[in-house]
Structures are given as C-alpha cells and as structure tokens.
Design a protein around this ligand. Structure first.
Ligand code: 5GP
Ligand code: ZN
Length: 112
C-alpha cells in the first residue's frame, strides 16, 4: 500500500533497525520504545489491523507468533508482553497490522 508507513519500512524506503526478516514477516525496533526492549513484528503483506484478519490471510498471523517466540528466545527474553492495538480509540496509530513485543520491565494490568 503506497502511503502506508510500515509498507515503506518493509520496502526499505524508510530505514529501520531490523530484528528479524523472512519472506513473510519483518520485525524491527520501535522508534519510541515503551520498555527496555520494544520491537514490532509485522506481516510484509498489508493488513490494516487485527480486525482485517480473514481465513485467507490468517496464516501470516500465526507465523508472526512463531517469529515472536523465536526472536524472544534468540534475544534471551523469557517474559514479555505482546500487544496489538486495533482502531484509533484502542491506541492504533499506524494502520498496518503489527504486534508490539515489550520486555525488560514489570508490566501493569489493566493497560491504560
Ligand atoms: P500503534 O500506535 O499503531 O499501536 O503502534 C505504532 C508504533 O509504531 C508506535 O509504537 C510508534 O512508536 C512506532 N513507529 C511509528 N513510526 C515509526 C517509524 O518510522 N519507525 C519505527 N521503527 N517505529 C515507528
Ligand atoms: Zn502497510
């Protein structure tokens, strides 16, 4: 999607600090970290949010979670939080599906 920030990051038009990449998924550190470790895992394919997941595109979502398990293990992270904001009122600011992975501090519940 031409005017999507994360599609531009996937395409290399906007630089990012890569954590992991394969043919389906890209992971990179958040520009404004909310924890000592904070990276984002995104499908390379443009999907707007969790609310746009369908039987046709859901395999990449499962793959995102495989990547989260692998990357956290590789980084030596055993405890972490995964967040996906869906919609502006839920805190979504970039409308390309992404999973925040946060670690390195105690988390509170419920989230604000
Ligand atoms: P959301 O608010 O949609 O849940 O999450 C979007 C995330 O993308 C935010 O945590 C924000 O800091 C991050 N972000 C926004 N623009 C950029 C950017 O250009 N590069 C990187 N690495 N992260 C970004
Ligand atoms: Zn996109």
């Amino acid at each position: 999607m031409s005017d999507c920030l994360f599609c531009k990051i996937v395409g290399g038009e906007i630089p990012s600090k890569k954590v992991y990449e394969d043919e389906l998924v890209y992971a990179f550190y958040d520009i404004d970290p909310q924890a000592p470790t904070h990276f984002l895992v995104i499908p390379k394919e443009h999907i707007a949010s969790c609310g746009a997941v369908t039987p046709e595109n859901s395999a990449v979502v499962a793959h995102c979670f495989e990547v989260i398990a692998k990357v956290t293990k590789d980084l030596g992270i055993e405890e972490f939080r995964v967040v996906s904001n869906c919609g502006a009122s839920a805190g979504q600011s970039v409308f390309h599906l992404h999973f925040h992975v946060l670690a390195g501090r105690d988390m509170t519940w419920p989230p604000g």
